[in-house]
Design a protein around this ligand. Structure first.
Ligand code: HEM
Ligand SMILES: [Cu+2]
Length: 645
């Protein structure tokens, strides 16, 4: 990389004194502690509203699902290592690849990324909490219980088996008579509640609780992706909800939406699913790019080049994601005109991503790059993502897609984008923010080894799949014939997968070890630029003793964090205007109570009753849920104060 000019680094050190102003004044710290700390009882631990505790729980829970999804992948790869292997029956393979895709897409990537958003957002914007703290507790439990519900299907031997996309008529009653598909449909309806309310929480938090002075154009880029993503979730979930409702109504109560014998059409499922599903692909990948836009400037030691353009590109990607769902349906016989239109659209979608990548490289070029572990994972992300982007543009070309459709080429593409993209970004984020969350550094040497093993394993696992696909290996099949030239690539792939999984285990070891034995990190081990690094690690229950006042985009590099109001007379945080973050009032946020937990349990009861078709159970679940909701929402006389702070 080219040598950089001085300036940013020097300003960075000037910032140390400025941040000290944010420490608590004597006396007010105890008051704030008493107001914000979660009491030390079991019930309080279970029902906490602390966004930091819940964010970490989200991340840990999602990683448990990652382990389950990874085990499923490992078993599939063992089955595919040799031709005509008999480790798995075709039925078992269908269940595994369905649960693997469903787990990775719905129970791992999206939740882990929102976990980071729930943890980081208030810290990044100088607020004390999310806008709706109890809603956060509720969405965590719904996520957890929906995951348990989906996995319970394995216990009774009826796991979903029609793919994470669940195409009809495969998923319709005549072809799938057990409970398998009902687990999928009801489980995802339940999970959708968590995803939707979590997104609403983030949108309101980002738009109304930013510290004074943090106008939209000074907002960190991770928040731009978090905001875009949350809006996209709110806009796309209804399509999935409708699709799932149609399916269940048809399977259970003989409504007709999808069955052509009675005038329905199976293609309706595909449209609804991909109207949701394609934006979802961006929903899981935009936060990852947002994390990179936080990490790359810090390890390049200079502000992000083209900050505004990257923010715009993020929003553009989110919007464009809604216009290209048909590229998943090129071979379904839809009219030629639409095929041409959506093919062009899909290629255009790659432009904002290219802009982002260009901005990252320019930032590195004009910076002085420090290759610590978070930066290595960030670079791994970019490389893998570019390869996935190229194979994506290839499949957007219709004649090519006709050839590659339903072959391993697509499996290679989707793993480069999804697994390469999101996993490497998540690891970068873990190495980067672990010190903030725990006050300890991860082991740098073990981190690097873990990166290189993962990087090698990943490419050995997924690159050969391109070749297998071009040679004609079909996806979603449990085995293949010998002598087709597929044996070598598949064996390589399986070895790669094992190496890759081994690399992730090294980071797991690193995490467990460093949690208790890692070196103390101090508040800002990376000499970073954003607000979360101005406070102690791990942060106090109240985050900021005094609400910071922001006057630049890189507050810690520009020495510009001034101390604002203390607000220690209640569970207060400052309300500001959506665009330019002028103080607009003070809100009092509710503390914990047990009802968000109870209602998530009654909803689980309702889902189970739907599954086993017990009218009495359905009635009981509905009534208790309504009572619990009413109890939760019961007015508690919160105050909203005017302020001239
Ligand atoms: C250890 C790493 C992984 C391995 C070895 C692996 C392997 C596989 C295999 C063998 C399949 C079945 C392909 C088929 O039969 O057509 C599959 C499908 C899938 N994987 Fe992974 N996977 C890994 C990680 C991930 C991750 C991290 C994600 C997402 C974040 C993911 C998302 C998916 C999806 C969505 C499908 C379904 C594809 C379809 O619709 O056919 N995988 N994976
Ligand atoms: Cu798509």
């Amino acid at each position: 990389m080219a040598p950089r000019t001085a300036g940013h680094i020097d300003r960075r050190f000037a910032a140390e004194d400025a941040t000290a102003a944010l420490d608590a004044k004597p006396g007010s710290a105890e008051r704030l502690d008493a107001l914000w700390e979660t009491p030390h009882t079991w019930l309080a631990w279970l029902t906490t509203v602390d966004h930091k505790a819940l964010g970490i729980r989200y991340i840990v829970t999602a990683c448990v699902f990652l382990v389950l999804g990874g085990l499923e992948a490992a078993v599939m790869r063992l089955q595919l290592a040799r031709p005509e292997a008999h480790l798995l029956s075709p039925e078992a393979y269908n269940r595994l690849f369905t649960m693997h895709g469903t787990t990775m897409m719905f129970l791992f990537i999206q939740p882990v990324l929102s976990g980071f958003s729930f943890y980081l957002t208030p810290l990044l914007i100088g607020a004390r909490e999310l806008a709706f703290p109890r809603l956060n507790t509720f969405s965590y439990y719904v996520f957890l219980l929906a995951g348990v519900f989906l996995y319970a299907a394995f216990i009774i031997g009826q796991a979903p088996d029609a793919g994470w996309f669940n195409y009809t008529p495969l998923a319709s009653l005549p072809f799938d008579t057990g409970h398998n598909i009902d687990f999928y449909a009801i489980g995802l309806l339940f999970l959708g509640v968590a995803t939707t309310v979590g997104s609403i929480n983030l949108v309101v938090t980002i738009l109304r609780l930013r510290a004074p002075g943090m106008s939209l154009d000074r907002m960190p880029l991770f928040l731009w992706s978090s905001l875009t993503t949350s809006v996209a979730v709110i806009a796309s979930m209804p399509a999935l909800t409708v699709a799932l409702l149609f399916l269940e109504l048809e399977r259970r109560w003989h409504f007709v939406f999808l069955d052509p014998r009675w005038g329905g059409t199976p293609l309706l499922w595909q449209h609804l699913f991909w109207v949701f599903g394609h934006p979802w692909v961006y929903i899981v990948f935009l936060p990852a790019t947002g994390m990179l836009s936080m990490i790359i400037p810090v390890f390049s030691r200079r502000p992000m080049v083209g900050h505004n353009i990257v923010a715009l590109a993020t929003v553009a990607t989110g919007l464009a994601g809604f216009g290209v769902w048909v590229h998943h349906m090129f071979v379904t016989g839809i009219p030629q005109v639409s095929v041409g239109f959506f093919s062009a659209g899909s290629m255009i979608v790659s432009i904002p991503s290219a802009v982002q990548i260009a901005a990252w490289f320019t930032t590195m070029w004009y910076g002085r790059v420090v290759f610590q572990t978070p930066m290595l994972f960030a670079l791994g992300f970019i490389l893998q993502f570019v390869i996935g982007g190229i194979s994506g543009v290839m499949t957007a070309v219709v004649p090519f897609d006709w050839q590659a459709h339903d072959t391993y080429f697509v499996v290679a593409h989707l793993h480069y984008v999804l697994a390469g993209g999101s996993l490497f970004a998540m690891f970068a984020a873990i190495y980067y923010w672990f010190p903030k969350m725990t006050g300890r550094l991860l082991n740098e040497r073990l981190g690097r080894v873990s990166f290189w093993v993962m990087f090698a394993g990943f490419n050995l696992a997924f690159f050969p799949m391109h070749i297998a696909g071009l040679l004609g290996m079909a996806r979603r099949v449990y085995t293949y014939l010998p002598g087709l030239g597929l044996d070598g690539v598949n064996l390589a792939s399986t070895i790669g997968a094992v190496v890759f999984i081994g690399g992730t285990v090294l980071t797991l070891v690193n995490l467990l070890q460093s949690l208790h034995h890692g070196a103390a990190s101090g508040r800002d081990p990376w000499h970073a630029n954003t607000l979360e690094w101005s406070i102690v690690s791990p942060p106090e229950p109240f985050n900021f003793a005094q609400i910071p006042i922001v006057s630049s985009r890189e507050p810690l590099w520009d020495g510009g964090v001034a101390a604002g109001p203390t607000l220690d007379q209640g569970r207060f945080t400052l309300l500001t205007t959506p665009l330019d973050a002028h103080p607009d009032g003070v809100v009092e946020l509710p503390g914990q109570n047990v009802w968000p937990l109870i209602i998530s349990l009654t909803l689980l009861g309702l889902c189970t009753a739907l599954l086993v078709r017990s009218p009495l159970g359905i009635a009981a679940g509905a009534v208790t849920s309504i009572i619990a909701a009413a109890r939760w929402m019961w007015p508690v006389h919160l105050r909203t104060l005017e302020t001239d702070a």
